[in-house]
Design a binder for this molecule. Structure first.
Ligand code: F6R
Length: 240
């Protein structure tokens, strides 16, 4: 585990984008695992800049995303598909056919099976970017007495609905379910890049720094099992 404490959000974003950029430079056919949410926005901005400056090329890059809300159309600005288009896919020369997010296609059960099949065929990623929830969730794997290995439909916890309500007009508008990679899927990458920024992540980051237990009630603790994991945090997340 490599823990990098940055002065602020911009430095964290820069560090994260450098790691992803280097992976793409080394392997133009890099397979990326991507995350949404406010944390990786700055990282995507830097990657777009690197692309515009001719430092990296997305032509042969492919990607899978961690999760998507249930019941939200992909053209809805609140969807994670929309987020990825807006922050990365529409701004670089990635072939959108090679980018994948969980999506509703048939029943929820069928959709889950389809995404699992897709992940299996996609194989191990070169890097997986992860944010953490204030409660330590990874992707949408919420604290629980059991965690899923593979794709599943998750009932979002009250605290996650609360945390994500900032992106919606009201808390009532936040979807109650999401389709998410499981823990085994989320960790199927040569490198894990776990990012945390801001005071509201401090409790989780501090708990992680002071525990030597792996707990399903604290999904973030599982990142300690990955052989090549970077935890990149800013001072606010680290010190509170
Ligand atoms: C997003 C995801 C979530 C977020 C987490 C943090 O694809 O899987 O686990 O990474 O909820 O969200 P932000 O970055 O908005 O604080």
């Amino acid at each position: 585990m490599k823990i990098i404490v940055c002065d602020d959000y911009d430095q964290m974003s820069k560090k994260a984008s450098e790691i992803v950029s280097d992976i793409i430079k080394e392997n133009p056919k890099a397979k990326l695992g991507l995350a949404t949410g406010s944390t990786p926005v700055g990282m995507y901005e830097n990657l777009v800049k690197d692309y515009e400056d001719g430092k990296i090329d997305f032509k042969e890059v492919s990607s899978v995303n961690l999760d998507e809300y249930v019941g939200i159309d992909k053209d809805n600005p609140q969807s994670y598909q929309y987020f990825m288009n807006e922050h990365l896919f529409d701004k670089v020369n990635i072939n959108k056919e090679n980018t994948h997010l969980p999506k509703e296609d048939g029943s929820l059960e069928e959709s889950v099976k389809k995404y699992d099949k897709l992940l299996e065929e996609f194989g191990q990623r070169d890097v997986q970017v992860l944010g953490i929830g204030p409660n330590g969730h990874i992707a949408f794997n919420e604290p629980d007495d059991k965690l899923n290995m593979h794709t599943s439909i998750i009932n979002l916890k009250e605290e996650t609905i609360e945390a994500n309500s900032r992106f919606f007009d009201s808390k009532e508008d936040v979807p109650k379910q999401a389709m998410s990679m499981g823990m085994a899927d989320a960790f199927n990458a040569k490198t894990l890049l776990v990012l945390a920024s801001g005071k509201n992540k401090h409790k989780a980051v501090e708990k992680f720094m002071h525990t030597d237990k792996i707990e399903t009630m604290f999904p973030m603790s599982f990142i300690a099992l990955h052989p090549n994991c970077y935890l990149i945090v800013d001072k606010q997340a680290y010190e509170g």
